[in-house]
Design a protein around this ligand. Structure first.
Ligand code: 16G
Length: 240
């Protein structure tokens, strides 16, 4: 009853009407972040439409980032995080600012000689030592992003110097980035990525590549991040 009635007499397809009705319920705060939607079968029965209609409408809203599917749990109104696109902050800091806890699931951490790609990104000469960190980032218990970082060797003494927060370790080592370049691109998550993030394969995401530098211009970090498209708004203040 939180979703407006549909009218099969109209020319607009029913799934379109349903998509609009749910969107309105979210925009008017009748449905709120994290609210569960009834199972598709119940919704179809309630609205006297087919399950295919419901499925099509929900698929569209998931693609729009308004709904999110959690494996085994159902469909929920997406809880979006606003992240500044103009502040050089860390994931841990971003989450703390929102009163959420953060942790990582480590996929790998290693040390080795810089690859040609990394040496281009970091401006390091061949043979230089770097540290690599790969992890799934969580807000509370919810997986939010995948991140793969390469850190210039001169910043750390060992890969084990990094605990929960990379930037905290860099800060402690006097290597906190002060300037960064970021590139952002839309992606669709593949099977492996979606499994790690607990979302449907093919879900939309944001690929963000950061290159960060010290005050003196030396490169500290290159990180490839994959943020969930259904969970993030990137916000920047623009001055003309
Ligand atoms: C953010 C940064 C990433 C950085 C990480 C450090 C973006 C797009 N990326 O996720 O480059 O390595 O924070 O976070 O914002 P940490 O200090 O919590 O490990």
């Amino acid at each position: 009853d939180k979703i407006g009635a549909l009218d099969s007499g109209l020319e607009t397809p029913l799934y379109h009407q349903l998509r609009k009705a749910i969107r309105q319920a979210i925009e008017n705060n009748v449905l709120r972040a994290d609210d569960p939607l009834p199972p598709e079968r119940d919704l179809a029965e309630q609205l006297a439409v087919s399950r295919i209609t419901v499925r099509k409408a929900l698929d569209g809203l998931v693609a729009d980032g308004l709904l999110t599917r959690r494996q085994g749990a159902g469909t929920f109104v997406a809880r979006r995080v606003e992240k500044s696109f103009s502040m050089l902050s860390s994931f841990t800091e971003d989450m703390a600012a929102r009163g959420r806890t953060s942790h990582s699931k480590w996929l790998s951490r290693s040390e080795g000689a810089v690859t040609p790609d990394e040496s281009l990104m970091l401006g390091l000469s061949p043979g230089t030592r770097v540290y690599r960190f790969s992890r799934v980032r969580y807000a509370d218990e919810e997986p939010m992003a995948l991140e793969q970082s390469t850190i210039s060797g001169f910043c750390l003494a060992s890969a084990d110097d990094v605990g929960e927060s990379l930037y905290e370790a860099l800060d402690a080592a006097g290597c906190r980035p002060r300037r960064a370049l970021q590139r952002l691109r839309a992606v669709l998550f593949n099977e492996t990525q979606s499994a790690l993030l607990g979302i449907q394969p093919g879900s939309p995401g944001l690929f963000i590549e950061r290159r960060a530098f010290l005050e003196d211009g030396r490169a500290v970090e290159t990180t490839q991040s994959y943020y969930r498209g259904d969970a993030y708004d990137f916000v920047a203040e623009l001055n003309g």
